[in-house]
Design a binder for this molecule. Structure first.
Ligand SMILES: [Zn+2]
Length: 282
């Protein structure tokens, strides 16, 4: 699943192609991945997905990200939320690819080519809102602070509030938005914290260290265009290369890069977790 570095890489690679472009035509191929929200006297209500709702005629002004979520903002205020789910990608092409098997929506940008949303397993989706403020209040309301901008005080407070393991707490998008299985395991290794340690029992000085290494791990991954395990590609179709630098993720049973101990693994919160029993004592 694309996590923060992959989603941010999509944002950074898509922006130069589409910001400033005008959407000449929107084509929604599969409406079951398109959610449309409009204003009513009783607040936002779900309505039928239309091309106009999904940015047709819009001049694209900005692309924002929070955690693993993207929002494309039109100059007239309309906002389109994008979640990549497990296998989704938001790409750009100078012309539409001949095979559109898993392309569920595309936007014709005049001379600026095409933006398209592709998702083989359809756990991702698109959501249209009248404004970015509506999108934030509705779609992003339960997300915690973005992992790129969290400070140690906020993270300590979030971890103190739960008796779950630190692995489960860091996967919870309401505690911290953006981390998934790869970057939680890599960050816990870099901070020397066992994934089954109770979140509320991690002392303040370790949370300060954890906050620092989360940012370092995310920035290192960003510098490599994220991690491509199977499907992930940036907006230009390029693979990430950070997977070759993973210290623990996907390396169960192999030697720890620091101490040589065999790495252990166990399912925690339904996700396979890998750690070093020596560098990350319980
Ligand atoms: Zn080790």
């Amino acid at each position: 699943m694309p996590e923060l570095p992959e989603v941010e890489t999509v944002r950074r690679t898509l922006a130069p192609h589409v910001i400033g472009a005008t959407v000449a035509r929107t084509r929604l191929v599969r409406r079951d991945v398109c959610e449309s929200w409009t204003c009513s006297p009783k607040g936002l209500r779900r309505s039928g997905a239309t091309a106009v709702g999904f940015l047709e005629g819009a001049h694209i002004a900005a692309i924002h990200r929070h955690g693993k979520h993207l929002a494309i903002i039109a100059e007239d205020g309309r906002a389109l939320g994008v979640h990549l789910g497990m296998t989704g990608s938001l790409g750009w092409a100078s012309s539409l690819p001949a095979v559109l098997k898993h392309v569920h929506a595309w936007w014709e940008l005049g001379d600026a080519g095409f933006m398209y949303f592709e998702d083989a397993r359809r756990f991702g989706g698109l959501q249209s809102y009248p404004s970015f403020a509506d999108l934030k209040q509705h779609r992003w309301r339960e997300l915690g602070t973005d992992a790129m901008s969290v400070n140690a005080g906020e993270l300590f407070e979030g971890l103190q509030a739960t008796r779950r393991s630190i692995k489960a707490a860091l996967l919870d998008q309401g505690v911290l938005a953006g981390l998934g299985n790869i970057y939680v395991d890599e960050s816990l290794f870099a901070a020397g914290i066992h994934p089954l340690r109770a979140a509320c029992e991690v002392p303040c000085d370790r949370v300060v260290r954890l906050t620092k290494v989360i940012l370092e791990v995310l920035n290192s991954a960003l510098a490599k265009g994220g991690s491509t395990l199977r499907d992930y590609r940036d907006a230009d179709g390029k693979r990430g290369t950070f997977q070759s630098l993973h210290a623990v993720y996907g390396r169960a049973g192999q030697a720890c890069i620091r101490c040589g101990s065999p790495l252990q693994s166990q399912r925690i919160s339904q996700r396979m977790s890998v750690w070093c029993p020596t560098c990350q004592p319980i």
